[in-house]
Each structure stands twice: as structure tokens, then as C-alpha cells.
Design a protein around this ligand. Structure first.
Ligand code: SF4
Ligand code: SF4
Ligand code: SF4
Length: 254
């Protein structure tokens, strides 16, 4: 059964309990090695109030306009049905599961970072210390244990702004209650669904940007593919994607 996380944006109070719960669940504490007390304190504060995803922040409250309280949303991996990250991982380190979760295996990740380039939502981040790419796992271990638990962020939300369950049911519920939906088959096929009475663009959510991933990458197989990427055709393809991404970002900022 395909599951999903529904995020009811109108109920979110920006408290960031979900952010802290995610960090605790995934033990993403800031790296304090060799840091002084005031630096550690600053790192913790930044961690909880981060405005962009990082290897320590797998979910954030993204604010389009800090002065406008209706313009923020909880950002994390969308758990796409047809994930570009999975298609473009030459090490086959990312799996799309039947329950909807898209999960990176840190043991298999070679740090090639093609998933970072390919993701249409700019989600995966590289962890320099562990030399692996990381992102939200939809709390895979929690949702598959017996008895199953909801993802940690869902459980922690004091406003009950998130629901986890059967995708079709959640999308039907959202359609009856909200004017605007993104995800779960509406605008994008995914296991994360946003619902709001404010237009999605006004909240700040950026719709998927497909980066024109070269077919060439699909032919790359591990371990030869990793070697190919170090030079020649693979690298040219990677550069082409980067250039395309920069152009899209430039056009968006105008
Ligand atoms: S949002 Fe990006 S990282 Fe997440 S499943 Fe989709 S392509 Fe992969
Ligand atoms: S589902 Fe789990 S890993 Fe993903 S944002 Fe929520 S707590 Fe973090
Ligand atoms: S815990 Fe709930 S209310 Fe608080 S920021 Fe996260 S989604 Fe919003």
C-alpha cells in the first residue's frame, strides 16, 4: 500500500518541533568536534532555525518572506513516484519502496553526487564527514516496524498539521478541505502532499524542475559508471546538468 505524508500548511504554526524531532530521530546533532562553547551554542541555534536543507537538516521550515507568516512551509524530500535521484545513482544506492519511501543506503553511496544534481527539488545534501549523500528517509525504520509508527516529525507536531497514512485517503481528505494541493498525484506524483488554502506558489513551494537529464546517464552501470564519471562523457553530462540548473536559478531570481 502506498503511504503518504500530508502536510496541512494552514495548520502549521512554524514552531519547528518537527525539525528538532527529525534531528533527534536521525541523530543529526551538529558536529561539535574542536569547537568552543559559544560556537557549539551558535551551531545548535542555527540547526533549529536553518533556512536551507543541509547534511544536518533533513527538514526545515522554509520562509519565502520572514515578515509574512503565511509564506512558509515544511520542506523535505518529496518521496517522488518516479525519482530522478534513483534513476541517476550509478551505485544503485537509492531505493524506491512500495510503501512510497525513497531511501539512500549509506553503505552503498559512493558520494558521486549525481542525485544532488538530478533532484528536481534540490533535496539531497552531501555529508563531508561521512562521505555520503543524505536526505529525509520518511523515517523508513519507524514506518515499517511492527507495530508501525508514524514518522517522527508527524508525531512531534503539536498542531497536528501532518497526517501519515494511505495516500489515496489522504488526498481525498485534502481535496474536500483545501483549495490547493501539490503532490500525491496532483501536480506531482509523490508520497509527500501539501494542502493549503493559499496558492502553492505564494507559500513559496517551487514546483519540480526537471533538469533535462541526459539519457546517457541511464546507461552507466556500477562500478564502471563511477570510473566513466571521473572523466569523459559522464563528466560532460554532469557539467551540462549543472549549467542547466544555474540557468534555471538565474531565470527564477529575475
Ligand atoms: S525529491 Fe529529490 S531526493 Fe526526494 S525522491 Fe524526489 S528526486 Fe529523490
Ligand atoms: S519523515 Fe523522518 S526523516 Fe523525514 S523529515 Fe520527518 S522526521 Fe525527518
Ligand atoms: S511541528 Fe507542525 S506546526 Fe510545528 S513547524 Fe512543524 S509542521 Fe509546523
Amino acid at each position: 500500500m502506498v503511504k503518504a505524508k500530508l502536510i496541512e500548511l494552514d495548520k502549521c504554526t512554524e514552531c519547528r518541533s518537527c525539525v528538532t524531532a527529525c534531528q533527534n530521530q536521525n541523530k543529526n546533532e551538529p558536529n561539535t568536534d574542536g569547537k568552543k562553547a559559544d560556537e557549539i551554542r551558535k551551531a545548535y541555534l542555527e540547526c533549529n532555525g536553518a533556512d536551507e536543507l543541509s547534511h544536518e537538516d533533513w527538514t526545515i521550515i522554509s520562509q519565502k518572506d520572514p515578515k509574512d507568516p503565511t509564506r512558509y512551509y515544511k520542506k523535505q524530500c518529496m518521496h517522488c513516484d518516479d525519482p530522478q535521484c534513483v534513476k541517476n545513482c550509478p551505485a544503485h544506492a537509492i531505493t524506491k519502496y512500495d510503501n512510497g519511501a525513497v531511501v539512500i543506503d549509506p553503505e552503498k553511496c559512493e558520494g558521486v553526487k549525481l542525485c544532488i544534481e538530478a533532484c528536481p527539488f534540490d533535496i539531497p545534501k552531501f555529508d563531508e564527514h561521512k562521505h555520503t549523500v543524505v536526505k529525509c528517509r520518511l523515517c523508513f525504520e519507524r514506518i515499517t516496524q511492527n507495530p508501525a509508527l508514524d514518522p517522527a516529525c508527524v508525531t512531534a507536531c503539536p498542531s497536528k498539521a501532518m497526517k501519515f497514512g494511505e495516500r489515496d485517503e489522504l488526498v481525498s481528505y485534502a481535496k474536500n478541505k483545501y483549495k490547493y494541493i501539490y503532490g500525491g498525484g496532483v501536480g506531482w506524483n509523490s508520497s509527500v502532499v501539501y494542502a493549503s488554502n493559499v496558492p502553492i506558489e505564494e507559500v513559496g513551494i517551487t514546483r519540480a524542475q526537471i533538469h533535462g537529464i541526459p539519457e546517457l546517464l541511464r546507461t552507466i552501470t556500477h562500478p564502471v559508471g563511477v570510473v566513466m564519471l571521473a572523466g569523459g562523457a559522464g563528466l560532460a553530462a554532469l557539467n551540462a546538468m549543472k549549467s542547466r540548473k544555474e540557468k534555471v536559478a538565474k531565470a527564477e531570481s529575475k
